[in-house]
Design a protein around this ligand. Structure first.
Ligand code: F6P
Length: 346
């Protein structure tokens, strides 16, 4: 087969590991040829490609970023964009297209699939919010980076008797915040799934002070929101998929905490450090398993589907199911978080 591949949306540790696995299994076991489209859907639209073979994908397993580059190009918003993509794919003689991306990328994958393109999706996002899969590759690396940051913040917070608010990514899902928060022993964890209760935040902080600990760590998801307000964003500009750039809730919280409690408070926004750099061993493994499953799916003739992890097994679901809703943090994990905090009566 002649297979096209692209990486769309925000980059994510493990993209190169998927690309390598797809190409290795495709070339070595199926005799496939590959065309890499550059910068997500933009590369298909503008017909910008690179060769993908054993040579060009060698030595990339451990590398962050993506050799195919990425962008948030939404061809569905461009008049005639989807049709132009189909034309370019036909021109290259593409038998199947493998798109690595989150919900936005997979929504374009679905649109092409509905026009007859033979598409397979691979779930990518550090946010871990893609519906239908238990884990997206890249999430473990982001959590590892965030947990290390939370560990490091403890000593400086303690040295200065401060509250340190650590803002992490995740958009409208609190997976990174709750996982790094619990793993790093944060005193307060704020996720988009529950509106922020400032009285409760201050109660938890005062409890610590009253029990002899004169420092505290707050982990806040970038999408966490105060009641009756909007999410805090960097400007109002929307990307081509209609998202604002979430950023700044950490600083808002730090000011409010200091005002209400009198405890000196600082904020730190981990931002893109969570997305950059080398993937963890877990993400390399998951990415490799997804890559092998994706090329196998193409050869099984199962198109319009996304490879997913269910429990410990890799399987696949319709692309439409993957983008049907955002997968947010469930009650069970929220209960673990709450179970570690003092009750109001204590
Ligand atoms: O979707 C992944 C993500 O890293 C989000 O957590 C974050 O809100 C967003 O991308 C940042 O996007 P950009 O790289 O365009 O600033």
């Amino acid at each position: 087969m002649r297979i096209g591949m692209l990486t769309g949306g925000g980059d994510c540790p493990g993209l190169n590991a998927v690309i390598r696995a797809v190409v290795r299994k495709g070339v070595l076991h199926y005799g496939d040829e590959f065309v890499g489209f550059m910068e997500g859907w933009r590369g298909v639209l503008d017909d910008v490609t690179m060769p993908l073979n054993l040579e060009t994908t060698s030595g990339i397993l451990h590398r962050g970023g993506t050799i195919l580059r990425s962008s948030r190009t939404n061809v569905k918003k461009i008049p005639g964009g989807v049709e132009k993509c189909v034309e370019v794919l036909v021109k290259h003689g593409i038998d199947a297209l493998i798109a690595l991306g989150g919900d936005d990328t997979q929504s374009v994958n679905l649109a092409l699939s509905e026009m007859g393109v033979k598409c397979v999706g691979v779930p990518k996002t550090i946010d871990n919010d893609l519906n239908g899969t238990d884990v997206c590759f890249g999430f473990d690396t982001a959590v590892t980076v965030a947990t290390e940051a939370v560990d490091r913040l403890h000593s400086t917070a303690e040295a200065h008797n401060r509250v340190l608010v650590c803002e992490v990514m995740g958009r409208n899902a609190g997976w990174i915040a709750i996982t790094a928060g619990i793993a790093g022993g944060a005193d307060v964890i704020l996720v988009p799934e529950i509106p922020i209760d400032m009285d409760e935040v201050c109660r938890l902080l005062r409890y610590r002070w009253e029990h002899g600990k004169k420092f505290a760590i707050v982990v806040a998801a970038e999408g966490a929101v105060l009641p009756e307000t909007e999410q805090v964003s960097h400007g109002t500009k929307l990307d081509s998929f209609g998202h604002v750039r979430l950023s700044g809730i950490g600083q808002v919280l730090a000011e409010e905490i200091e005002k209400r409690t009198g405890y000196e408070t600082r904020s730190v926004n981990l931002g893109h450090t969570q997305r950059g750099g080398t993937p963890t061993a877990y993400d390399r493994m998951l990415a490799t398993r997804y890559g092998v499953a994706a090329i196998d799916l193409a050869h099984a003739g199962k198109f319009g589907r996304l490879v997913v992890l269910k429990g410990t097994e890799i399987t696949d679901i319709p692309l439409a199911d993957a983008i049907a809703k955002t997968r947010t943090v469930g009650e069970a994990l929220l209960a673990v978080m709450k179970g570690l905090q003092p009750l109001a009566s204590s």
